[in-house]
Design a binder for this molecule. Sequence first.
Ligand SMILES: Cc1cc2nc3c(=O)[nH]c(=O)nc-3n(C[C@H](O)[C@H](O)[C@H](O)COP(=O)(O)OP(=O)(O)OC[C@H]3O[C@@H](n4cnc5c(N)ncnc54)[C@H](O)[C@@H]3O)c2cc1C
Length: 380
Amino acid sequence: MAVDRLLPTEEAAELVALVREIAQTELAPRAAGDEAAGRFPRDVLMMLGEVGLLGLPYPEEYGGAGQPYEVYLQAVEEVAAAWMTVGVGVSVHVMASYAMATFGTPKQRAAYLPEMIGGKLLGAYALSEAQAGSDISAMTARAKRADHGYELNGAKAWTTHGSHADFYTTFARTGDDPRGGVSCFYLPGHASGLTFGSPEHKMGLNGSPTTALYFDAVPIADGQRIGDEGQGAKIALASLDSGRLGIAACATGLAQAALDLATDYARKREQFGRPIAEFQGLGFLLADMAAAVDSARATYLMAARKRDAGRPFKRDAAVAKLIASDVAMKVTTDAVQVLGGYGYTHDYPAERYMREAKVTQIFEGTNQIQRLVIGRQLLK
Ligand SMILES: Cc1cc2nc3c(=O)[nH]c(=O)nc-3n(C[C@H](O)[C@H](O)[C@H](O)COP(=O)(O)OP(=O)(O)OC[C@H]3O[C@@H](n4cnc5c(N)ncnc54)[C@H](O)[C@@H]3O)c2cc1C
């Protein structure tokens, strides 16, 4: 059932309705098969780029749609409800474009942004390393000064879209200061000296490729550095504040899909001569699931509205990511319960939703790290 949304304009309402229609007709029917086969739906992301979804929150002068985050996130939620891999793909791409859109010089923006946000190029965000996950100050990938600009050596771990992306927004050390010594670079996917690990074998989100990146004397021109030297940690964390809202929207969409599946099943499935939805024990479970999904959506929308109004939203983004991902985990697990034995099989997507929900509590900062962010903001 379509979510009853409050959108700021008629245009935005039509846009989200259109995204929902595309998601339900073109994405949802393919999700189970491609996930089971571990196939990356690159064609779907290109199609969404052509209809403007990959540039939704970015300025119109560079080919974006200039929509508020409040609208962009609800569109992402609709995509994730149909196919989580694609929702996460859109969110990661939009996050990967953030550094250039926000910290790039006018010359860099003119050169790179139209293709990045116009959907021609697919992006990835390379921050984590094998020994530097929650603690990015432990980063060791290093961009050393060279004649042409820099030479990059080292490795990144866990890169979503690894080996498929056209560009990698990459963070590397240019100095020894744990935070102040990090810089941000635009790295094309075909850069010489850039190679990729094999895709990780994951619990879920199997259509979304996750690989390591290896840098062997990768040449980087000065014009590929985004922002000032040493500004990388600030850029990485600002990107994550917005990226976490994308993940909160994806988690909400996934939870909504699980709720819709469970509700529909409970209406149709009969035991003891009645639809199981009529048993109060199950009706209360469905009601709790619905209340949780609504509160996840309200939380990310509050954060998005603050962002749209130009107000600080770091704490709100962390709260949204924490709440929505915990809701996704709980609601998808409860959906399996509502479906009983069938919920545990591949006949229904409930078990896949549950596997996909787990990673939302881990990536773009684990939920322990979200609590650290919220706690620090409280004490400021
Ligand atoms: C499918 C997938 C896709 C990903 N995509 C990307 C990507 O595109 N780009 C990218 O850069 N990274 C990506 N990541 C990496 C992801 O962001 C990290 O896995 C995450 O930040 C956690 O880091 P870690 O795995 O090293 O865990 P660790 O940092 O080793 O944490 C292990 C445990 O310790 C806890 N912990 C750590 N520090 C603290 C603390 N101070 N207080 C309390 N608890 C703590 C954590 O919460 C966690 O429970 C992806 C990961 C996955 C699984």
